[in-house]
Design a protein around this ligand. Structure first.
Ligand SMILES: [Zn+2]
Length: 163
């Protein structure tokens, strides 16, 4: 594995351990040339997924990006990081099991919203407001109306995706 700091390939694994649910192996690595430390994750990948964006642009599916958008939606909410890992792993597995390598971005957004709705109402509204790109207050109210939970902190907005 190439060192992300200096580009050297002389890196060594210092420690390997599985995640709690044994779906991931986490390896702590050190670079012999610059001493840089970094972590890699090993996961099962059943399928090479490509995301089809709204205007037909194709980008490789990026699990880390999906995780980041979910982390933003759950920011300052009391959500266990292990729970988020399982949520994302579950989403990826569902996408892989759909039987297509090409996945429309709407499909991913819909699955994420389903998952967040179960996890945390506020995270759901935050994600939905960005994902659905609400322009009108009534759209936002329509989503709020689906929820029995508390209203979200309006100032705590997500930065929009590059979509
Ligand atoms: Zn290095």
């Amino acid at each position: 594995m190439r060192c992300p700091y200096c580009g050297s390939t002389a890196t060594q694994v210092k420690d390997s351990r599985p995640s709690e649910d044994h779906s991931t192996i986490r390896r702590r690595r050190i670079c012999s040339d610059c001493g840089g430390r970094f972590t890699t994750f090993e996961r099962v990948q059943l399928r090479e997924l490509t995301v089809i964006k709204r205007h037909g642009r194709r980008v490789p599916f990026d699990r880390d990006k999906l995780m980041r958008s979910i982390q933003m939606a759950t920011r300052k909410r009391d959500v266990d990081p292990e729970r988020l890992e399982r949520l994302v792993s579950g989403l990826v597995r569902r996408l892989e099991n759909m039987g297509e390598n090409d996945v429309p971005s709407e499909t991913i957004g819909t699955l994420v919203m389903e998952a967040l709705k179960t996890l945390d109402d506020v995270a759901y509204v935050r994600f939905a407001s960005v994902y659905k790109n609400f322009r009108e207050a009534k759209d936002f109210e329509a989503v709020l109306g689906e929820l029995a939970g508390p209203t979200p902190d309006a100032e705590d907005q997500l930065s929009p995706d590059d979509d």
